[in-house]
Design a protein around this ligand. Structure first.
Ligand code: NAD
Ligand code: BTL
Length: 489
């Protein structure tokens, strides 16, 4: 098995430490790859390469149409290699290949979207208050960008950072999660094949406490874009103050999914499952706080539980599998503790609440899809992000109570609302403090619409025009066409 390496200044190189890390398939704990394990010194080498490439001005002054063409070629290569990439993502994360195929389509779509935007953001002439002058606003790249991604959607989250950074003319160093780096390595191969010049994109494989911390603190890095947990985000924010870096944080969520009694009952039940159980609930936007109008609660939970009992756990490579394992033993233990806490707090396990007993699943990090009823907003299990296949259920009697429960969180990433009363939906949405709110829908995202969180779910936006603007500085240029002395002094 060859060892996957860093990509620095256009070369594939092993870490100077000579250390390696085994990458594990969460379905059966088999080693699927070995990768180089880097440290601060490797990171500094990559930062220097990105700095040199940016300061040379070559990429930033490449015409935007040309940068767009290269990004479009990357999209086409992802489409060409979609099946290989999807299988690699599933081996690495345990999610079903069907889900990974969907991710790859989304990822190619993100590269296509930003390729199209590349030459459509050329700045503007603004009305100057001074006669005989020109006032214009232009967009320039921020500079050297550090990009740090999580393990749950490894390549998807990488694409949201790579594509806009490239079309805006930046250079970058990416650090994928040390647990799931394989598809990111592959996309760096595709970026090399597409002709991205040496030094513009750099990849450093390794852990957060060394590689990630160096990227966040190093004064040669102008921007840090991070997707991951709140605790890490806070550390990065502190480290980034070293040189007042630009900062984009995509953090966690504890997302409400509100069901009113007038909603289409069967659709709302079905979508309550979709809101949570994809990728075993390891989704930032998972609608894990189900908030149901009291009058339909019992019928709703009956139907939900029946549907949950039918969810098929297994190897993501089997077509019949609907839910794979959690990412690691460490994470499985966190989910077990999380549910135990809920039970101690008084929640009732309506279904699940344990590991599966199926002998075929014992080597994998599986946890049963779970519904906890009798939950109240003060419980830890309602307030903390569990990041597993666990729904907590609360009830409400009035619109105001539903909104109060939905907003009673340090998070503000996303939320859903199910009702056939459009006026009620609009009233509620106006009060919901979240970056994305779905009405009669859940978990839908696409390249044209911005994504990001209110409150402690983050700072800044990815996707859409806003996702490009994160990678741009705005410059005002004022030119006096008839300069004269003003003789003030
Ligand atoms: N808002 C979003 O769009 C979004 C998307 C996906 C995941 N997430 C969130 O990500 C979290 C799960 O991902 P995770 O467990 O990989 O998160 P994490 O915070 O543990 O790790 C994320 C990345 O940060 C790195 N890291 C760890 N310590 C670091 C440090 N001190 N300095 C710099 N980098 C460091 C890790 O190596 C990894 O690459 C969840 O909270 C989830 O909600 C958010
Ligand atoms: C942003 N999203 C929904 C693709 C993945 C969150 O974990």
């Amino acid at each position: 098995m060859d060892c996957k390496r860093n990509y620095i200044d256009g070369e594939w190189v092993a870490s100077k430490t000579n250390a390696t890390r085994d990458i594990i398939n969460p379905f059966n704990q088999e080693v699927i790859a070995t990768v180089t394990e880097s440290d601060e010194v490797d990171t500094q080498t990559a930062i220097k390469a990105a700095r040199k490439a940016f300061d040379s001005g070559e990429w930033a002054t490449t015409p935007a149409t040309k940068r767009g063409q290269i990004v479009r070629t990357i999209a086409q290569f992802i489409e060409r290699d979609k099946e290989e990439l999807a299988k690699l993502e599933s081996l690495d994360t345990g999610k079903t290949v069907e889900e990974s195929r969907g991710d790859m389509e989304d990822i190619a779509g993100v590269f296509h979207y930003y390729a199209e935007l590349a030459d459509k953001n050329g700045g503007e002439i603004i009305d100057s208050p001074i006669p005989n002058s020109i006032s214009k606003v232009v967009h320039e790249p921020v500079g050297v960008c550090g990009q740090i991604t999580p393990w749950n959607y490894p390549l998807l989250q990488a694409s949201w950072k790579l594509a806009p950074a490239l079309v805006a003319g930046n250079t970058l160093i990416m650090k994928p999660s040390e647990i799931t780096p394989l598809t990111t390595v592959k996309v760096f191969e595709l970026m090399e094949e597409a002709g991205v010049p040496a030094g513009v994109v750099n990849l450093v494989l390794g852990p957060g406490h060394s590689v990630g911390a160096e990227l966040s603190a190093n004064k040669e890095v102008d921007l840090i874009s991070f997707t991951g947990g709140i605790a890490t985000g806070k550390k990065i924010m502190q480290a980034a103050s070293s040189n007042v870096k630009n900062l984009a944080l995509e953090l966690g969520g504890k997302n409400p999914n509100i069901v009113f009694a007038d909603a289409d009952f069967d659709t709302a039940v079905d979508q309550a499952l979709n809101a949570v159980y994809f990728h075993a609930g390891q989704i930032c936007s998972a609608g894990t706080r189900l908030i149901v109008e009291e009058s339909v609660h019992d019928a709703f939970i009956d139907k939900l539980v029946k549907r949950v009992m039918d969810i098929k756990l297994g190897n993501g490579f089997n077509e019949a599998t609907q839910m794979g394992p959690l990412i690691s033993e460490e994470h499985l233990n966190k989910v077990i503790d999380y549910v135990e806490t809920g039970k101690q707090e008084g929640a009732t396990v309506a279904v699940g609440g344990d590991r599966p007993s199926d002998p075929q699943l014992q080597k994998g990090f599986f946890y049963l899809p779970t519904v906890l009823t009798n939950c109240t907003t003060d419980m830890k299990v309602v307030q903390n992000e569990g990041f597993g296949p666990v729904i907590t259920v609360e009830t409400f009697q009035s619109e105001e109570e539903a909104i109060h429960l939905a907003n009673d969180s340090i998070y503000g990433l996303s939320g859903g609302i199910w009702t056939n009363d459009i006026a009620k939906a609009e009233r509620c949405v106006a009060k919901m403090r979240m970056g994305t709110v779905w009405i009669n829908e859940y978990n839908l995202y696409f390249p044209h619409a911005p994504w990001g969180g209110f409150k402690q779910s983050g700072i800044g936006r990815e996707l859409g025009r806003a996702g490009l603007e994160e990678y741009q500085e705005t410059k005002h240029i004022f030119q006096n066409l008839k300069p004269e002395a003003i003789n003030w002094f």
